[in-house]
Design a protein around this ligand. Structure first.
Ligand code: GLN
Ligand code: ZN
Length: 758
């Protein structure tokens, strides 16, 4: 018999119950007890929901982040959080977000750093280490969860992050070698295993996704050492890998002394045969055969076609699961009332994915006939998707095939273009601009909401938005900025806004996925060939330009950002979908140019996020990503100025690729790192213009004129003054006008001072 299990379940709740409970708790509206009650209810529901499988996970639930939970489990709590009085939960939220419900504003500590969980859009709290770090087990919470879960299911499997991945994810604060901590850490794990064993646990899922990364010898040795030591425990370990192929770690993964190995058979299907060859015959092989990171229905017949011979060979040694934790997909497709009926049949969210795992196991255990009806309806859905006219548009495919190199190239090089642009725009030295959005006031949100719900007619909506744009232009005149923006009041979100107006995109009502803590995102679904049926931003930009003599920047979202923040179709390579997006946005770029917009910004906030986990694959990703940008941007005339914007400061390692985008101006985040980014310019001479952000828009603080001058002077040591711009780090959407006005005023004053100096 083939066994089924799950690796992890979304914790936020179908209706984001956890989010709302957390936020109320932080505001002091509900007590700690009420919060834990809601969490317990959610847990109970999730365990019941997962009971269709043989083994269900425990300990994957978290009030904020499972990596932070692991830090607490191992007693690795930064001293700054432990110093203040309060409960364990207070300490927890202090590390998570700088303060807990009972702390006053002045007693907050700085929150733990947050970073992306491998190549997903989930952010975890980075564990902090130094050479003095010592671990001490505190398994109370986990043991309590195990106790509770048992009331719902017989076979429960605690999920913990493996010791090597835990070290890998953390940051050494004093530059000491994290691996030096391994011995002490292993002692804590050994103790943990003892407690789990005493609690009657049989299987433990131990996640070591580092096995899909490029590992140095030292890290490989750490894995060997860890598992050879931990094998002293009688617990059965399911060593779990996901998000990629094992490649050169395959043999190592197979040889580690554990009872079972989980392989992500979605991203590493071609490694299944090799793993079976290498895996000692007493070990269980768990295969992740349902994609835990995307929303498409599994092709069950196609999966069974390759899985049946594997099952025949492995028999009882085969387990089935989703490829990774279901944390990365929405909870329940059945919650979607408005989703297009046809598209809906193509999708599976977390609950539906569990059913797929169950069905596959049933087909293997009792023959395909035993689930013939379900396989039949699955087949019908898969066929409908692959043949739908709404998915496939011949003209779009033909256009992608016809992309030639000329479409990627500006007519002239940067120098010639810059001369023309200088003449056309007559900008001062150190020109000032902003990144696009201005404060999204309550008023603006109300107008959009009223329009969405039909309380406001299209005409009245447009009129209201025009007034917002006018106000925004007026403020920019008063501030004396050089290149204006219209302020983006009409946009809810930089991807959704464009997706909603393109063919090939679908949107959910409740398809929330946790991004970090209580924050969720609702990624659009790219289901079909992307086309642009009409202009998107032209009317707004043209209107804004009519209000001023200053150049008005057109504002677009780039193809990589659209791709990286959506659920992307899996029936064609990502680069193909990306080129379709590129063509659609290219058309918008050209339409803006035709409408008299001389400066166009194409945001690529998420370009870096798409980088593959293994560095060896970076170049091929960057090749097609940069090509897509060039196709988007480079059809314009020499005198039209292309800007791009990126939200991250570490781009040293991809600087040559960014230069290849050939944007006339790039604006980036830098103020937080005190222009550390500029070190990269010592090695690599960025050829075009650059605006290193001088105003940290994530903070309510207002930068002083002096601080802006100092940052820009630092920049001018590396980049000729003629090629520098002065701008904030990112859009001003989340700030208030009271903050924005003085900050921009200082920015303009700094720019004027600097241009006098030069
Ligand atoms: N133009 C967008 C804005 O200003 C850019 C947002 C971003 O980079 N995240 O809001
Ligand atoms: Zn940004």
């Amino acid at each position: 018999m083939i066994t089924t299990h799950n690796l992890g379940f979304p914790r936020i709740g179908k209706k984001r119950e956890l989010k709302f409970a957390l936020e109320r708790y932080w505001k002091g509206e509900i007590t700690e007890l009420a919060l834990t009650d809601i969490a317990a209810e959610l847990n109970a529901r999730h365990w019941q929901d997962q009971a269709v499988l043989d083994w269900i996970p425990v300990g994957d639930f978290s009030l904020y982040d499972h990596v932070l939970d692991t830090s607490f489990l191992l007693g690795n709590i930064p001293a700054r959080a432990a110093a203040l009085p309060g409960s364990e939960l207070d300490r927890y939220f202090r590390v998570a977000r700088g303060r807990s419900a009972n702390d006053s504003a002045c007693s907050c500590v700085h929150a733990g750093e947050m970073t992306k969980w491998f190549d997903t859009n989930y952010h975890y709290i980075v564990p902090e280490f130094d050479s003095a770090t010592r671990f001490s087990l505190n398994a109370t919470r986990l043991l309590e969860q195990i106790r509770q879960a048992r009331q719902f299911h017989r076979q429960i499997k605690p999920v913990i992050i493996g010791p090597v991945t835990y070290l890998w994810l953390g940051k050494s604060k004093d530059g000491s070698d994290k691996l030096e901590l391994l011995d002490d850490l292993l002692a804590a794990y050994a103790q943990l295993f003892q407690s789990l064993q005493q609690a009657g646990v049989e299987w433990v899922q131990i996640d070591e996704p580092v096995l899909v990364m490029e590992l140095s010898e030292a890290w490989k040795y750490a894995l060997r050492k860890a598992y050879f030591q931990l094998q002293a425990s009688p617990l059965k370990l399911m060593l779990t890998t996901y998000f990629g192929q094992l490649q050169d770690n395959l043999q190592l993964a197979c040889e580690l002394p554990v009872a079972g190995l989980h392989l992500d058979a979605i991203s590493a299907q071609d490694e299944v045969a090799k793993v079976i060859d290498w895996l000692p015959s007493h070990k269980i092989l768990s295969l992740g055969v349902v994609n835990g990171r995307n929303v498409w229905k599994t092709d069950l017949t196609a999966t069974l076609d390759w899985l049946e011979p594997v099952a025949a060979r492995l028999q009882d040694r085969l387990w089935l699961a989703p490829s990774c934790s279901l944390l990365h997909v929405p909870v329940d497709l059945d919650s979607e009332q408005k989703l297009d009926a046809e598209i809906r049949t193509w999708l599976a969210f977390a609950l539906q994915k569990l059913d797929e795992v169950k069905l596959l196991a049933a087909a293997l255990n009792h023959g395909r006939e035993s689930v013939a009806a379900q396989l039949h309806s699955n087949r019908a859905a898969i066929d409908s998707r692959s043949q739908s006219r709404r998915v496939h548009r011949d003209n779009v495919k033909a256009r992608v095939l016809a992309i030639d190199e000329a479409m990627e190239l500006r007519r002239s090089g940067y120098r010639q273009r810059a001369a023309l642009q200088r003449e056309k725009f007559q900008l001062p030295l150190f020109p000032t601009t902003t990144i696009g959005s201005f404060p999204q006031t309550q008023q603006i949100r109300k107008i959009r909401q009223a329009f969405r719900t039909g309380q406001l007619s299209e005409r009245d909506y447009r009129e209201a938005m025009r007034l917002e744009i006018e106000a925004c232009v007026y403020e920019q005149e008063a501030l004396g900025l050089d290149v204006f923006v219209h302020g983006e009041p009409e946009r809810n979100d930089m991807v959704e806004y464009f997706g909603e107006q393109l063919d090939g995109f679908a949107f959910t009502e409740l398809g929330w996925v946790q991004s970090y803590g209580s924050r969720c995102v609702k990624p659009p679904i790219i289901y079909g060939d992307v086309a642009r049926p009409h202009d998107i931003t032209v009317k707004w930009s043209r209107y804004a330009q009519s209000l001023t003599k200053k150049p008005m920047k057109g504002m677009l979202t780039g193809p990589m950002t659209m791709l990286n923040w959506s659920f992307v179709r899996d029936d064609q390579p990502r680069d193909e979908t990306c080129l379709q997006l590129a063509l659609a946005i290219r058309d918008e770029v050209l339409a803006l140019e035709k409408a008299g917009i001389g400066i166009i910004q194409i945001d690529e906030a998420a370009l870096r996020e798409g980088l593959p986990l293994r560095k060896a694959q970076w170049n091929s990703y960057l090749d097609w990503a940069i090509r897509a940008f060039r196709v988007t941007a480079n059809g314009v005339k020499d005198a039209t100025q292309i800007h791009t914007h990126m939200c991250y400061s570490e781009f040293n390692d991809i600087m040559p690729a960014i230069a290849r985008m050939d944007a006339d101006v790039i604006t980036i985040e830098t103020s937080r790192s005190n222009m550390e980014l500029l070190d990269a310019f010592d090695q690599f001479h960025y050829p075009n213009e650059i605006g290193p952000g001088v105003y940290d828009i994530h903070s309510p603080n207002i930068p002083t004129v002096e601080s802006i001058i100092a940052l820009m002077q630092k920049a001018a040591q590396r980049i000729p003054a003629q090629r520098l711009w002065v701008n904030p780090d990112c859009g001003l959407k989340t700030r208030t006008w009271d903050e924005v006005k003085p900050a921009l005023k200082n920015m303009v004053a700094a720019s004027r001072y600097l241009s006098r100096e030069v």
